[in-house]
Design a protein around this ligand. Structure first.
Ligand SMILES: [Zn+2]
Ligand SMILES: [Zn+2]
Length: 317
């Protein structure tokens, strides 16, 4: 099968003909129909997440089809031990021995993928293959971040990429007010956010028009942490949704005072996936996607690195 293979960090992926992975116990083999490009893929290829298996096929927003015609989604959480103190307390996202798709095991930048069926999700009929792909990480981790932001009415989204464009729609559906913070000068990004229900969109280095009850930071930029703490009201929550972020500059304790909460979100549980994929058709979430052929994976990653993406890029073998 054809696959885009990572041999070393900071090198382009190589298009290769590799034998399809043999399914292990409990695994299904899926013909890949679409695979979303996630910022985490970029962190792996750029060496910021530095323990991948090598050689590696990245990609963890996979929509595939089983031999008997079922459409399944393969997310980032590929396997857990089910026995550690996290797994046994409904926190399998923190499993000590978790295996992640497109990092510890081969993912979806390929024509075929093998996945543990217990961690796959049925894809709702309302979404075609390409539209469904970004739901599997951008949507799912975004949904978990939103849940952990609590019942905030005034929600700030920092970085309006693949995740935020989905979360904004879910938040509006839940009756929240959405404020989008984009890079200074990114007028097209601000316009995109307004079109998806943000009542205000403006530069992230300034406070918004009013205090926020919670903020979710999707951009991998540590400077946004003190900026977001400054923007939330007393008791407000700041959620860091990315797997990697540049260092956070020091800031006065005053910014955290008055019971403000700062936390990260790691991975997903299967419960997050089931809840979100049941909710998405009700909203209904409309994903903004651009499909590219599998062979253009390096171009797709370059565009994500440059911020030249509106919504999500999706690779189609
Ligand atoms: Zn575990
Ligand atoms: Zn991801």
């Amino acid at each position: 099968m054809r696959a885009m293979v990572l041999h070393r960090a900071r090198e382009p992926l190589r298009l290769e003909d590799v034998p399809p992975s043999e399914p292990g116990a409990g695994q299904v083999v899926l013909r890949v129909r679409a695979c979303g490009v996630c910022r985490t893929d970029l962190h792996i290829v750029d060496g910021e997440l530095d323990r991948p298996k090598l050689p590696l096929v990245v990609g963890h927003q996979v929509v595939g089809e089983t031999e008997d015609g079922r459409r399944l989604g393969v997310p980032w959480l590929g396997w857990t031990d089910g026995t550690c103190r996290y797994c046994t307390t409904e926190r399998e996202n923190l499993c000590d021995n978790a295996k992640f798709t497109g990092y510890d095991v081969d993912g979806g930048y390929a024509e075929w993928v093998a996945a543990d069926e217990r961690f796959c999700f049925p894809i709702p009929d309302a979404f075609d293959d390409v539209q469904a792909a970004p739901l599997l990480c951008a949507g799912l981790i975004g949904y978990r971040s939103l849940r952990l932001a609590g019942d905030a009415e005034r929600l700030g989204l920092y970085g309006f990429g693949a995740s935020a464009h989905i979360v904004a729609q879910v938040a509006r559906y839940q009756g929240r007010r959405v404020f989008a913070f984009v890079r200074r000068g990114d007028e097209a990004g601000a316009e995109f956010a307004r079109g998806l229900g943000a009542e205000w969109a403006g530069p992230s280095d300034e406070p918004g028009p009013e205090e926020l009850d919670a903020a979710i930071i999707f951009a991998p930029v540590g400077e946004l942490v003190p900026a977001a703490l400054r923007a939330v009201a007393k008791g407000g929550v700041v959620v860091c949704a990315g797997i990697h972020m540049s260092d956070i500059p020091s800031f006065p304790y005053e910014l955290l005072w008055d019971e403000r909460v700062l936390r990260s979100v790691a991975n997903l549980t299967r419960r997050d996936g089931e809840e979100f994929l049941a909710l998405a058709p009700q909203v209904p979430v409309r994903t903004h996607v651009e499909a590219l052929p599998l062979e253009q994976a390096n171009e797709a990653l370059d565009r994500l690195r440059r911020g030249d993406v509106r919504g999500s890029l999706v690779l189609v073998p």
